[in-house]
Design a binder for this molecule. Structure first.
Ligand code: ADP
Ligand code: MG
Ligand code: MG
Length: 253
């Protein structure tokens, strides 16, 4: 069992003429086995939340806390966050020249576990996970992110999650034009990880369509840097029907 706790998190970014507060007091708790969807309009700060937890240098936490089982995540180095059981897809480099997917995964697994995986089982695990995600075995020999399509990037991200077996995974569904096929594969991966290893998932999304495949236990509506409303999966249905307008105008009033 693991618990990720975000308390009154305030985050700013540096802009040309000073700093701009993006997150304005976020409160959120994610436990093992739970799937939380964060939904909200573009520019509401969803990705900023993910980057902040990942420790992206552009984002400054000005107050508030993020803890994993009581341990201060914000005080951890980036690799310590992964070792503690957090999976943050965006913490990995965009492109790693000359490093194959296969080597990258093994290096990441070794770093997270503190020891190299046993070769026999590892090869089998990678093969099985790739089959699950309907990935061509040749993909393992490609260089990380080099010329990856949107769908390949997402599959690679889910492949990492399945192999690294984190306690809590934060997935920023940038909704970057995933086709239905990729969407389904990704969703199945998340559902599988939830069933087999009780991962807690924080799924960040703008569109409700992925929630046709992943049923969240909790939905949080994110408006202007904080959670404006919370509910169960029925809230996602309502958002699909009504959009965010009501929340946005309420926040402005
Ligand atoms: P979302 O993921 O919900 O679309 P973001 O977290 O990407 O929202 O952005 C929230 C707000 O913060 C936007 O107004 C965006 O322009 C601003 N922002 C995010 N990152 C940066 C950055 N690195 N520099 C300047 N502004 C940023
Ligand atoms: Mg506050
Ligand atoms: Mg975003």
């Amino acid at each position: 069992m693991a618990t990720l706790e975000i308390r009154d998190l305030h985050v700013s970014v540096d802009v040309e003429d000073g700093t701009k507060e993006i997150l304005k007091g976020v409160n959120l708790t994610v436990k093992s086995g739970e799937t939380h969807a964060i939904m909200g309009p573009n520019g509401s700060g969803k990705s900023t939340l993910a980057y902040s937890i990942a420790g992206h240098p552009k984002y400054t936490v000005t107050s508030g806390t993020v803890t994993l089982d009581g341990e201060d995540v914000l005080a951890m180095a980036i690799d310590e966050r992964a070792r503690a059981g957090l999976f943050l897809a965006m913490q990995y480099p965009v492109e790693v020249p000359g490093v194959t997917v296969s080597n990258f995964l093994r290096t990441a697994k070794t770093a997270v576990d503190g020891e190299a995986p046993k070769l026999r089982t590892w090869v089998k695990d990678v093969k099985g996970a790739m089959e699950n995600l309907r990935m061509d075995p040749a993909f393992a020999e490609r260089n990380v992110n080099e010329g990856f399509s949107g769908g390949e990037k997402k599959r690679h991200e889910i492949l990492q999650m399945e192999l690294l077996k984190p306690q809590i995974a934060i997935l920023d569904e940038t909704d970057s034009g995933l086709d239905v096929d990729a969407l389904r594969v990704v969703s199945e991966g998340v559902n599988r990880a939830k069933e087999t290893s009780e991962v807690g998932v924080l799924l960040i999304t703008h569109y409700t369509r992925i929630l046709r495949y992943i049923k969240p236990d909790f939905v949080h509506v994110f408006i202007d840097g904080k959670v404006a409303e919370e509910g169960g999966s029925e809230l996602a249905d309502r958002l699909e029907a009504e959009g965010y307008d009501r929340y946005v105008s309420a926040a402005k009033a």
